[in-house]
Design a protein around this ligand. Structure first.
Ligand SMILES: [Zn+2]
Length: 242
């Protein structure tokens, strides 16, 4: 998804024309970075498992490998992937709220059809408005970040980086099999937030505290909006879980 369609050194982000020279099929030599003199992208020869471990460890270089060298606009149907990931993000978000309500409010399995419908309507409204505000805050934050830095990041690139780096949300699916206390879901949120921060830093080339501030404020606004919606719906009475 590299914003300027250039390959980059995973260590320092320096733009490169190529990452390796191929002599014959399976026989390649990795290029060194002109700026930091390290091998520009050693992940090309790494097992996928190492990539996954480094991703979990939030290493900036693996995010650079993913965003600039692996999924470029040439190798990726950008728009399609953006929609697919956004859709999965929303589904997982809805599922998380559903699980949280089940844990905290003790959602009854023997609900009437009407209350089940109103329950889902409320869920979708919460997630819809919450994520709309999240998107707006993120947009504002990224505008502030990119104006201050050298890179010219488009919002779509940054949004795709945020969606990809939210991969830890998949963990939510394990709640289908095992029961967890709600604190585990909040810890999952923190991991997603930190992963998003690293991804935003890599894609905007801005500083870590600034990226953390942007992600934190976007999630805080989303949380507040969803809480306010919850409160408003309870006050105006129409829709309730029970
Ligand atoms: Zn370098």
């Amino acid at each position: 998804m590299g914003c300027e369609n250039t390959l980059r050194c995973v260590h320092c982000g320096f733009p490169l024309k190529s990452l390796y020279i191929q002599y014959s099929p399976g026989n390649i030599r990795l290029m060194k970075c002109e700026r930091c003199k390290k091998v520009a992208d050693e992940y090309i020869e790494c097992e996928n498992m190492i990539l996954v471990i480094d991703l979990i460890l939030h290493k900036e270089k693996v995010y650079r490998h993913l965003f600039y060298n692996m999924f470029t606009r040439e190798t990726l149907n950008f728009e399609v992937w953006l929609w697919k990931l956004a859709f999965s993000f929303l589904i997982l978000d809805t599922y998380k709220i559903f699980v949280l309500s089940r844990i905290e409010d003790g959602l009854k399995s023997s609900m009437s059809f009407a209350s089940l419908i109103s329950c889902y309507a409320k869920l979708l409204m919460d997630v819809g408005f919450g994520n709309l505000m999240f998107l707006m805050m993120l947009f504002l934050g990224i505008r502030v970040l990119t104006r201050a830095s050298v890179g010219t990041t488009s919002f779509k690139d940054a949004l795709l980086a945020i969606l990809v780096s939210s991969y830890f949300k998949i963990f939510l699916l394990s709640t289908m099999i095992w029961e967890f206390p709600s604190s585990v879901l909040y810890i999952n949120d923190i991991v997603v937030l930190s992963s998003n921060t690293v991804a935003l830093k890599v894609i905007t080339e801005s500083s870590m505290p600034r990226c953390l501030a942007v992600c934190l404020s976007a999630y805080a606004v989303k949380f507040l909006v969803m809480e306010m919606l919850n409160g408003a719906l309870l006050i105006f009475g129409g829709i309730d879980w029970a």
